[in-house]
Design a binder for this molecule. Structure first.
Ligand SMILES: [Zn+2]
Length: 296
């Protein structure tokens, strides 16, 4: 082989190798990576459940579900979880008792062994909420009301830090149930993701006032389905995420996400993922790097 040919081969080999490396790299805290949902110790799936939230966290040793989507998606949610090989949910977190967050709770409680519930402590008069409570009582599932300052240990160096609600709830806002949503920061070494439920600007302001530095996160689950009542500028400044994931249904009646919210993300060069267009969005991390992949 003459030297020109040798060099050509070297260039081809190096190019192909770089392409393979880059194919798995959608985002990284540092350097390139080839993390996938299959090999990462931590995956967070913002599930496509139409209009609503259902977020599946798979830590090394634990399965955590944050919210359960709305009623029309409940069978689909159970199917999605079963297709992941899940039979037990170690922790079910209900951010607040609106239908698009507790709609699938009863179906989930019937289909899986749920070991522990974490709840915002907010009560409503809806039948859905009553059925959720009845099911928990029937199955004698431990029920913990969480508040800011608590931590939920997921093992293997992964932890959920609760940032809201406070023990004294927000009152007199236009959407108190939303504003007293559980807000939890998932931390795994250098990776972090802020799960906001439907917390709106009043809750954001309270968290900012208390300790803005704790909000900084690599990925943000967009508050309240990308509504304009969440993602206030000072809040985004403090969180300063590289990517935001919006959970919402296509052509939803609330017209989420609001164009002004999308514009704020674009102005800050935050990568936008949305379940209505991308399907289920999966974040995988090894604590150093992370990858975000889309279902479609
Ligand atoms: Zn909602």
């Amino acid at each position: 082989m003459n030297s020109i040919r040798k060099w050509s081969w070297l260039v081809i080999v190096v190019t192909v190798f770089s392409m393979v490396l880059m194919a798995g790299c959608k985002g990284g805290i540092a350097g390139s990576n080839n993390l996938t949902a299959a090999n990462a110790p931590l995956t967070v799936k913002v599930l496509d459940v139409g209009q609503g939230d259902a977020i599946l966290i798979r830590a090394k040793d634990q399965v955590v579900l944050v919210d359960t989507g709305d009623v029309p998606a409940k069978d689909e949610l159970v199917k999605m979880l079963k297709s992941q090989g899940i039979t037990t949910i170690d922790k079910l977190i209900i951010t607040h008792p609106h239908a698009d967050h507790i709609g699938g709770a009863t179906a989930v409680l019937q289909a899986f062994t749920v070991k522990q519930i974490y709840d915002s402590g907010q009560k409503t008069t809806s039948n859905l909420y009553k059925q959720y409570l009845t099911q928990i009582q029937k199955k004698s599932i431990p029920f913990t009301v969480v508040s800011a300052g608590m931590t939920i240990d997921l093992g293997s160096d992964m932890v959920l830090t609760i940032l809201a609600p406070d023990k004294s709830p927000i009152t007199g806002s236009e959407a108190d149930l939303n504003n007293n949503s559980i807000v939890a920061k998932l931390v795994y070494q250098n990776f972090s993701m802020l799960l906001t439920g439907d917390a709106e600007s009043e809750s954001e302001a309270r968290m900012l006032k208390k300790d803005a530095s704790t909000l900084k996160s690599v990925v943000l689950k967009s508050g309240h389905h990308g509504s304009r009542t969440s993602s206030s500028v000072p809040f985004l400044q403090a969180v300063s995420p590289e990517a935001a994931i919006i959970s919402l249904g296509a052509n939803n009646e609330y017209h989420h996400p609001h164009p002004s919210t999308l514009k704020k993300y674009q102005d800050k060069k935050i990568a936008i993922y949305r379940t209505d267009k991308d399907g289920t969005v999966t974040v995988s991390s090894d604590g150093k790097n992370y990858t975000i992949t889309k279902e479609r």
